[in-house]
Design a protein. Structure first.
Lengths: 206, 641
């Protein structure tokens, strides 16, 4: 594997070809916040909190560091006024559906970035879900069970996580989903409240 | 037709073309009826049936060839009928008109004035297509044969030099030469991004993998856009020929055509084209004996706008939910099933045969420095003639709207034009001189997009228009990433509040933060561009936003919550029309008694406003409604001159 060097926050950071910016930064003890990332799982790129600024051919752009592969000489900035403001807005937007009663990593990031969780929440009149649809539980479940008891259903704002009734037996209470949930939607005794069943959603009972 | 012989050499194709041409009499009487989606919606199939019956009745069944063709671009004037050899174009033909046409025009050689094209702006009629004002200013390269050939008959396509470019490619050019020609021509992606096509081709070609794919993107989902559908319906072989040439250049042996579920005729016509091309040996193993083999499958989408995004489209072909993935590694390197995949828009593929046949220099001579060739737009909204138009890149917005579109309907004032579909921006009057190409549109905050062009007039509220497109995108967002999913939801509700007079000053700040976040941090292009309508509306029509928020006034008097209807007693002729139209009986008055609206009952549906023939009904916004006229007031009659 080729060794290369990139510049993160004005420091030369060694990396291997095929790594992502997030991995290279982590190795160098530079912290980039994430909500949908887990080292054990494939990058997903859904929460966008890990957005960093890169400079390429004289142009700067924001990319998701969890997915962006390192390049030799790539210049990366992990904090700036602009990045912080976007992260703050993302957290505030995440709270629109999730609500203000979140715990875990999302709560920590909200205070770190001074996010006002009720800022946009007032514009939307739906019950808080305590879930930001990061998909960590779904992806972790697939890894843990080589199958899955839960999955996504719906599109856009109607997207949610649901259980498949015929797959209930797949769940062995391994608690991996609990350990990865960044918002406290899943407690040590499982999802609380329980995820709806696919059949109920399709039948309009949910 | 005699049994088809598989073409096994380039000579075979030439021989076949000659045969087809020889068998066709240029004086043959042909009646061709456009059966593309718009004409079918207007009753074209019944017209075809009527011709069938009538020709038989009048004993002309064997003398006249009845032919189904595609669209000539005058979408609102359908069903369109063309009579050859004189090339007489009739529009708005109804089944009951057919006997007259057969008797007078086909038998009697008489031209029926009333069916000729009538210019909606001037009322002038034109006999030939070339005389039609909107047609005259176009340059139809891709759409040249649409409306002339039967899209379900490969012989029609071969007769107009179809598959010559493929023949030239396979027998005279190396794959490298094809890519170089496309590079020299400066062909850019017609799907809207304008990305140089040759880079995609070369990246896919150079990617280290034995298996490669080429894909046609026909998931055109923009409201008001129908260019791709039209090409696929009217000339599917041109798309297919371009795809085969591209496959040869790239080194792919399998192709996919992704057609959205809502385009049944397009899917059917391309499937027929594929089958026919296979039968003729123009597709499949050892094409025309050249040693090159290539196969194509049609994949029908499941009706998701986001599937037009390349990575989402490929996931959908794989049989999964059509959701985008980060594309930092391009699909040209790792696409469908992890293999290098080259995806181009319908129009891009269809342009390729033209470039191969006529040369890069010819193609470059059309259009602007940065954007060669032509662009196809579906011109819709408040213009006099709506329809499908093809013009050289660099044609100004003003020419498109006023020369080709015939200006604004009802003599109203132009306000804005939205280009590029729901995530394009609104362009105001001051930019009407803008030459339309990939780069210029970006500069003013919009984009070429797939070529939708929606014209708005003084009656369109720009805040409400932004809300409309945000709502469309909210419906279509896949929901994977936070900025797009949640951002659109908040934007939609905030703008709705503003339209209802509940907006606050700080709302625009929130909107700014959200649109910046969406633009910078969304996962795919849908989310990144979704804010364009809001951004450009705020940029060019800020006063309308202020008017809504501060004065609770809708400048264009379009937002229902902010307007009231009022009948001017000086103008009302007591004709009872509005009274009858009102669905909630909110209008008082009677015969010979001036009418007035009971504001408490009025739902502001606007039916009375539309019905009034005396211009007596006015819309008021943020101004007091004058008191109703005294009961029993008689109308002030207009003097008849």
């Amino acid at each position: 594997m080729k060794n290369l060097t990139l510049r993160i926050d004005d420091k030369d950071i060694p990396a291997n070809e095929g790594m992502t910016i997030l991995e290279a930064a982590k190795n160098a003890k530079i912290e980039i916040p994430t909500l949908c990332h887990n080292d054990e799982l494939e990058p997903y790129g859904a929460c966008r909190i890990c957005s960093v600024e890169i400079e390429r051919k004289g142009r700067t752009q924001l990319v998701a560091s969890c997915c962006y592969p390192v390049e030799d000489g790539l210049k990366v900035k992990t904090r700036s006024h602009k990045i912080d403001k976007i992260r703050k807005t993302i957290i505030e937007l995440a709270a629109v559906s999730a609500g203000i009663d979140v715990t875990g990593r999302m709560r920590e990031l909200a205070s770190e970035y001074n996010a006002d969780l009720s800022r946009f929440r007032s514009k939307v009149k739906t019950d808080p879900t305590k879930c930001i649809l990061c998909g960590l539980c779904v992806r972790r479940c697939i890894e843990a069970t080589w199958d899955t008891a839960i999955g996504f259903i719906g599109r856009g704002v109607t997207r949610k996580i649901a259980t498949f009734p015929e797959k209930v037996s797949v769940c062995t209470n391994c608690n991996h989903c609990y350990s990865v949930c960044p918002t406290g939607r899943i407690s040590s005794i499982g999802a609380d409240p329980k995820f709806p069943e696919v059949d109920d959603i399709l039948a309009g009972r949910e | 037709m005699e049994k088809i012989k598989r073409l096994s050499s380039r000579k075979d194709l030439e021989k076949l073309r000659q045969e087809i041409k020889n068998n066709r009499d240029p004086r043959q009487r042909i009646v061709s009826v456009s059966v593309s989606t718009c004409c079918v919606a207007l009753g074209a199939l019944k017209v075809v049936e009527a011709f069938k019956t009538e020709l038989e009745k009048q004993g002309l069944k064997d003398k006249v060839r009845l032919k189904d063709t595609g669209c000539s671009g005058f979408c609102e004037q359908g069903p369109a009928v063309t009579i050859y050899p004189e090339e007489i174009f009739y529009f708005k033909v109804k089944p009951e008109d057919v006997p007259e046409i057969v008797t007078k025009t086909i038998k009697g050689k008489q031209i029926l004035e009333k069916f000729l094209y009538r210019d909606p702006a001037t009322g002038k009629r034109s006999r030939k297509l070339q005389d039609i004002p909107s047609y005259k200013h176009q340059l139809r390269l891709l759409t040249e044969n649409s409306g002339k050939i039967d899209p379900r008959n490969i012989e029609d396509y071969i007769a107009v030099d179809g598959y010559s470019a493929l023949e030239k490619t396979l027998f005279e050019m190396s794959p490298d030469q094809v890519v170089k020609e496309v590079k020299k021509a400066n062909l850019r992606g017609r799907g809207g991004g304008g990305f140089p096509t040759w880079i995609k081709w070369e990246t896919t070609r150079n990617a280290e993998d034995e298996i490669k794919y080429v894909i046609v993107n026909c998931d055109e989902g923009d409201p008001g856009a129908f260019m791709d559908r039209s090409l696929m319906e009217d000339n599917p072989h041109s798309v297919l020929e371009g795809l085969i040439i591209g496959a040869y250049a790239i080194g792919a042996h399998q192709g996919y055509v992704y057609v959205r579920e809502e385009y049944p005729i397009a899917a059917e016509n391309i499937s027929i084209a594929i089958k026919q091309a296979e039968e003729f040996g123009l597709l499949g193993d050892d094409i025309m004996g050249s040693g090159f083999s290539f196969r194509v499958k049609v994949h029908r989408g499941a009706g998701a706008f986001v599937s037009g995004e390349s990575s989402a489209l490929m996931t959908a072909i794989e049989g999964k939910i059509g959701e985008p993935r980060p594309k930092y590694v391009h699909t040209a390197v790792k696409g469908l099933w992890g293999k290098p995949s080259c995806l181009n828009n319908v129009k891009t593929w269809a342009t390729v045969p033209l470039i191969v046949l006529k040369g890069a220099e010819w193609f470059k001579s059309i259009g602007t420095e940065g954007s060669s060739g032509t662009a196809i737009f579906s011109l819709v909204g408040k213009v006099n003639s709506t329809g499908l138009v093809e013009v050289p890149m660099g044609t100004t917005l003003g020419d498109l709207i006023f020369k080709i579109g015939g200006g604004i309907r009802g003599g109203k004032r132009f306000k804005a034009v939205q280009t590029g579909g729901p995530s394009g921006g609104f362009i105001p009057e001051k930019h009407l001189d803008l030459p339309v190409d990939f780069d210029e549109l970006n500069k003013v905050g919009s984009m070429m997009g797939s070529g939708g062009m929606v014209v708005m007039d003084e009656d369109t509220c720009m805040v409400d228009a932004a809300r409309y497109f945000v709502d469309f995108l909210l419906e279509e967002s896949c929901g994977k990433c936070i900025p797009c999913r949640e951002g659109l939801q908040v934007l939609s509700n905030t703008i709705k509040d503003i339209c209802e007079g509940k907006g606050k000053d700080e709302d625009t700040l929130g909107i700014q933060d959200i649109v910046t976040t969406m633009e910078e941090a969304s996962l795919c292009a849908l989310g990144k561009t979704a804010a364009n309508p809001v951004l450009t509306s705020l940029k060019y029509f800020k006063d309308e936003w202020d008017d809504h928020i501060r004065n609770k006034r809708c400048t264009a008097k379009a937002c229902r919550a902010l307007i009231k209807y009022y009948i001017d007693p000086q103008k009302c002729q007591a004709c009872m029309l509005c009274l009858k139209e009102c669905p909630v009986a909110a209008i008082e008055g009677g015969k010979d008694q001036v009418h007035s609206i009971e504001q408490e009952k009025c739902t502001k549906c606007g039916a009375c406003y539309e019905a009034c023939k005396f211009d007596a009904i006015r819309k008021l916004s943020a101004e007091p409604v004058p008191p109703p006229p005294p009961k029993g007031m008689k109308p002030i009659r207009k003097r008849k001159n």
